[in-house]
Design a protein around this ligand. Sequence first.
Ligand SMILES: [Fe+2]
Ligand SMILES: [Fe+2]
Length: 315
Amino acid sequence: MSPPTIKINSINPSQPVDSFEEICEEIDTLLLSRYPLKPVIYDSSSSSIVSSPPSNSTSSSFRDYTSSLTPPRVIKFYQEQHEKQTVSSVKEKRNQFSSLNHAKMSVWDALELLNTLVDNSDPDTELSQIEHCLQTSEALRKDGQPRWLILTGLIHDLGKLLFFYGAEGQWDVVGDTFPVGCAFSPSIIFPEFFKNNPDYSNSKYNTLYGIYEPNCGLDNVLMSYGHDEYMYQVVKNYLPPEANYIIRYHSFYAQHRENGYSHLMNKYDHEMMKWVKIFNPFDLYSKSDDPPNIQELKSYYIELINEYFPEEICW
Ligand SMILES: [Fe+2]
Ligand SMILES: [Fe+2]
């Protein structure tokens, strides 16, 4: 059988790929340091714990985090991200990428493509992109989670392909996400860096609600742009609402770990955010030194992908 044809219109990173991979890893390490303990998710309706820590959790080894230990490159990344994510830049990025005209390919091919593009650049990478995706999905699978959630784990970071489709750099692809158009919450990591964001001193945008109504719902809120929002646009017509929601808000730590934006959320968000909270530990704590066997797992995951997606989708 001949390999599938992947129609890609542009592979054009504007920043070196190795520094992209390094910043991804360093942000993950910082998140682990900031959130060393897995929250216990308790479901009152069934009186049970609905998610348990992945058995290979490495979280306890990251408890000595202090900001002085943060690598300078990560500080620089957050400075740039907090300065450049504005109402106007977010609207521009949404317009630029919502056309989904960058490629047509299957979900598995996208996974392999991201892996090839990112990891070939850096032989010292500890864990490849595909390995992180598979470790997340395998941790969910071992925990007995539903098939759609296992699939969500597999694909949640695939929006990082954005880096190759004309994103300006790292600041509009990775990192935690947060609302723009209203005051930046102190619960966002490095809140002091927002002082250089033009929206910070704009009276239209710097009040608690800014351009929004109380409890207007996150669907009406502009989130800082990155791989979460892009991937949501790619998959939203194929997956259950819970999966779409997880993908769209999985980097929104200021809410799912800090509850900094409940005043913008409606009833639907509160229901759905439970799933993000269930998902997050599998994303954050499933790293292990034991790399998954990609070839052994491939047929299981292709079957799972085919349950929800057509052969090719638009990217
Ligand atoms: Fe992510
Ligand atoms: Fe992830």
